[in-house]
Ligand binder design. Structure first.
Ligand code: SER
Length: 326
């Protein structure tokens, strides 16, 4: 299978590309992004193309030239950036997906992975153990684009027989590429500040609880869903989670390893977004249908994150996260 990963320079894409290359071979996985690859590993392990998914001709050319058969479509503008520029969020998240679906229909692409998000839920959705089937009435443009994406996926599957699958990811925590422009970014930024020994100003309240997942679980969930037998899947886009914690609980767990870590809470516009999202998710459908089971809890995740970032700091390549927010 020749695979295209869009958004390959982003938080999930940069690591998913490497994982797919390990599994299916470096040359088989084409990485596409609108920035230069940040890591040497990403740049040297297989083909890279510069691409804006909102440009249908450019996307068509990549699919044709590389004879693409499956796509992990991760290119997206996240929730906080989406509120700064809702028009661009629609263009990338909806027009980009529509371009891909149309091209996939024409080119006979076998499989597409399209992540959704907890942002599809909104203030009228139950916030605890949010069910698989529930109210989808988001108040952010990002959420609107993700609901639209889920509906488009359903439509193209039913109308044109495309095999398109997705997960409503919670906040993703990782030590390689920092997230860009999400509401859950504080849960990653906190680690960088702790490792740097700098006090952190958190942009949500201490008692803000959101569902989260550590990157190894995130990568495994995408691959397991894509490899699951089609007949076992009752849904096209699944609720998924690993753990839930408040900002204060995360800081407390970090402090067990970095006793001097200081944090203050100064909520900004992202608090209002977080307040409309679930505190926890019911992912029993994913567990029943394709055997989803997260491996990382809070303690293991925090230990591994701090170890990974400490190694990077010692090697002099700790990425300065959210430099603009300092
Ligand atoms: N992590 C994303 C965000 O905060 C949610 O999907 O925007």
């Amino acid at each position: 299978m020749r695979i295209l990963v869009t958004g390959a320079t982003g938080q999930i894409g940069s690591e998913l590309t490497l994982e797919l290359r390990k599994r299916y071979g470096g040359d088989q996985v084409v990485a596409a992004g609108h920035r230069k690859p940040a890591s040497e590993a990403l740049a040297s392990s297989g083909p890279f193309v510069s691409l804006d998914v909102a440009n249908r001709d450019a996307l068509a050319q990549v699919i044709r030239e590389h004879r693409i058969e499956a796509v992990y479509h991760l290119a997206a503008v996240l929730s906080a950036t989406g509120e700064q520029n809702p028009q661009r969020a629609w263009e990338v998240n909806v027009s980009g997906l529509y371009n891909l679906l149309e091209l996939a229909r024409e080119a006979g692409i076998a499989q597409i992975f399209h992540p959704s998000s907890i942002a599809v839920f909104g203030p009228r959705t139950p916030r605890d153990r949010t069910p698989q089937d529930t109210v989808l009435s988001p108040t952010t443009m990002y959420g609107v684009t993700k609901v639209t994406g889920e509906l488009l996926a359903d439509y193209y599957a039913q109308r044109y027989g495309l095999d398109i699958r997705g997960l409503r990811y919670p906040g993703i925590i990782s030590s390689e590429t920092p997230p860009g422009g999400g509401t859950t970014d504080y849960a990653v930024e906190m680690f960088y500040y702790a490792v740097e020994g700098t006090p952190y100003t958190c942009f949500v309240r201490e008692d803000t609880m959101l569902p989260m997942m550590y990157m190894p679980d995130c990568l495994r969930s995408a691959i397991e869903l894509m490899e699951a037998p089609c007949a076992r899947l009752r849904y096209r886009t699944y609720n998924i989670t690993a753990l839930s914690f408040t900002a204060g609980e995360l800081a407390e767990e970090i402090r067990k390893h970095v006793p001097g870590f200081r944090i203050e809470y100064r909520p900004d516009f992202r608090q209002a977004i977080a307040d409309t999202w679930p505190r926890s998710i019911d992912d029993s459908a994913a567990r029943e249908d394709w055997g989803w089971n997260p491996r990382y809890g809070l303690a293991e995740m925090v230990r591994e994150m701090l170890e990974a970032l400490a190694r990077r700091k010692a090697a002099g390549c700790l990425y300065p996260v959210a430099a603009e927010s300092r």
